[in-house]
Design a protein around this ligand. Structure first.
Ligand SMILES: *Cc1c(COP(=O)(O)O)cnc(C)c1O
Length: 430
């Protein structure tokens, strides 16, 4: 099912990348629980190690179950290839690794998952990389932030912690003009609500932990390549355009063309960083993706109902959901995300920090957890948890002030979710 782009999304989310198992006829994708694969003979082994032939060597690099998931996600995103990793954060490092060198920077949106802000502002410094954060609504500031050492622009489509949607086309045009790839974290939108490559992005990353798996069972990540960025147009990306010493001087872009970035991700990234997805995780995520469109439709439908109810409630100061007509991003959401603005949003509770803490304690259906994109509804008080490591200014910029809670609306009955919020708000603001 790999060369069937004419099928619709609902068909592809079930079939793309999978075929009946050639050995047994098993219809569902088997979990290939193996570390290594027997070579046909010594020549076959040598060809695989030289990247002259594609095949299975060792599961740190490739595994048939993981390969099905990679092909499925690449197909749903409209990309040429994908590399799965052990987590969304691993995927972000894997995405930057072929692009960056010591002294290089990534220009990132201020509106990001809290863990990404920490990874980019602190941890990547250990590699000699750095990040500059800019408001993606200020395209002049974005243009100014990109300098000779910038190797990527990074943002989220439907951004954390909710209420903001990126105009990917506008940002992609700026990145294009500067000759650097735009990486979009498409975790919260999923390819059902947004396909960033159709809006000019070059690369996509996912935390498959969230909506793609959809039930809070496993962590995983994925890097997807559009295959469209010209890595040889400048000398900025020597890992892809210049001879690779670890493969006898092979040039990835010259040798693999549009698959260069994906092959580099496996042959160098997974080989040497080892942030590999295991086949069990790939299995759970494949099971989740089969119902992705159905779940996303319900997430959106429920989020709209719950957000509208909260907005009308006097105990709530404001609701930031790009799917509400009152949102400053309503027009952009309608234009860029016509199937809906996702299932994530924040709201501010009258009574501030204390009331938020009481609210999360009083809810019965909503679980107080540091996760999102689960079938069940989740809530978190970002300022005391996920965004705790950020400065007050960073918290405000990320939309995670002390009086704000973030919800990830599940696929339960919307009326039950509203009743739960009603009783908990009564206790929180009594
Ligand atoms: C969860 C998340 C991540 C990190 O993914 P993990 O799988 O937890 O490592 C990155 N970006 C976004 C938008 C996320 O929601």
């Amino acid at each position: 099912m790999s060369d069937t782009p004419s099928y619709g999304f609902d068909t592809l989310q079930i079939h793309a990348g999978s075929r009946p198992d050639p050995a047994t006829g098993a219809r569902q994708t088997p979990i290939y629980q193996t570390t290594a694969y027997v070579f046909r003979d010594a020549d076959h082994a040598a060809a695989l190690f030289n990247l002259q032939e594609v095949g299975y060597i060792y599961s740190r690099l490739t595994n048939p179950t993981v390969a099905v998931l990679q092909e499925r996600i690449a197909t749903l995103e409209g990309g040429v290839g994908a590399v799965c990793c052990s987590s969304g954060h691993a995927a972000q490092i894997m995405a930057l690794f072929p692009l960056m060198q010591p002294g290089c920077n990534v220009v990132a949106s201020t509106r990001l998952y809290g863990g990404t802000v920490t990874q980019f502002s602190q941890t990547i410094k250990r590699f000699g990389w750095s990040a500059k954060f800019v408001d993606f609504d200020d395209l002049d500031a974005l243009r100014d932030a990109i300098d000779d050492n910038t190797r990527a622009v990074f943002g989220e489509s439907i951004a954390n912690p909710g209420g903001y949607v990126t105009d990917i086309r506008a940002v992609a045009d700026v990145a294009d003009a500067a000759g650097v790839p735009l990486i979009i974290d498409n975790t919260s939108a999923t390819p059902y609500l947004c396909r960033p490559f159709e809006h000019g992005a070059s690369l996509v990353v996912h935390s498959t932990t969230k909506y793609l798996t959809g039930n809070g069972t496993v962590t995983g990540g994925c890097v997807v390549d559009s295959g469209r960025f010209d890595w040889s147009a400048s000398d900025k990306f020597p890992s892809l355009s210049a001879p690779e010493p670890a493969y006898h001087g092979l040039k990835f872009h010259e040798t693999f063309g549009p698959l260069a970035y994906t092959f580099h991700g496996i042959a160098i990234g997974l080989r040497d960083l080892g942030m590999t997805m295991n086949p069990q995780a790939a299995h759970y995520t494949l099971m989740g993706i089969e119902t992705l469109s159905l779940r996303m439709q319900r997430h959106v439908e429920n989020a709209k109902k719950v957000a509208a109810w909260l907005e009308a409630d006097p105990r709530v100061d404001y609701v930031t959901y790009a799917g509400l007509p009152s949102s400053p991003y309503a027009e952009r959401a309608e234009r860029c995300y016509p199937k809906g603005a996702g299932g994530l949003f924040t709201f501010a509770v009258k009574g501030g920090y204390e009331a938020c803490v009481k609210l999360v304690n009083a809810l019965e259906i909503f679980s107080h957890v540091a996760n999102l994109g689960d079938a069940r509804s989740l809530i978190i008080h970002s300022a005391s948890t996920t965004h705790r490591q950020l400065t007050p200014e960073q918290q405000e910029a990320a939309g995670a002030g002390p009086n704000v809670v973030r919800v990830s609306i599940g696929i339960e009955d919307a009326d039950d979710l509203i009743a739960d919020l009603d009783q908990a708000l009564a206790k929180a603001t009594a």
